[in-house]
Design a protein. Sequence first.
Lengths: 129, 129
Amino acid sequence: MSDNWLSKVNWAQDGLVPAVAQEASGGRVLTLAWMNREALKKTVHTGEAHYWSRSRKKIWRKGEESGHVQKVKSIHLDCDEDVILLEVEQIGGIACHTGRHSCFFQKLIDGNWVPTEPVLKDPAEIYRK
Amino acid sequence: MSDNWLSKVNWAQDGLVPAVAQEASGGRVLTLAWMNREALKKTVHTGEAHYWSRSRKKIWRKGEESGHVQKVKSIHLDCDEDVILLEVEQIGGIACHTGRHSCFFQKLIDGNWVPTEPVLKDPAEIYRK
């Protein structure tokens, strides 16, 4: 297929757009990461979420170290064509590098960000070589 | 309450972070917009979603023209403390300026972004003065 769909995305000046991953079953918002053209292309062609790491400045296959891959069920674009939404199956049930289900585990309660989700697996175990 | 919770957010160099709004009932991801400190503060203090408009360069109360206000049920922060997630009640059931329920109405199907949601109300009616 042609790459017209890639050009329809309004990539920002830095070549990136935010990409939200939502769990297909249950609807939890798991992660927000960043994509460039190559990351979106790889996501589409492999069916697994790929992102651009702004800190490491490279493409990153979600789960490449942890095994916590995001299998992509569907890909959506917003009205301004500058945000991606992925519906995913989160392998291992852990999206966050802290070992929690979702990255959005801190909730604002009475002026404090309170962790409201358990650590399901010790990161030292997730990332041991 | 003190503003420590505001300082815990890792505001980017431009003073902004992305803010995802998810419908509390049903879990649909509705919008992604941007917040600065003032927008988050107003969101917390009023219970209605406020964003920073990057194009108009001003604070914007979601729904101020359309009436499609987002009533905030809870506010969440991710592990890197640079993304906000709001759980909201979407007044009017329309989050998108195109008159659709969600902004993420385009789905990638066979290499094309296909609108997969109906327009619930004509934007000309939503935004008439």
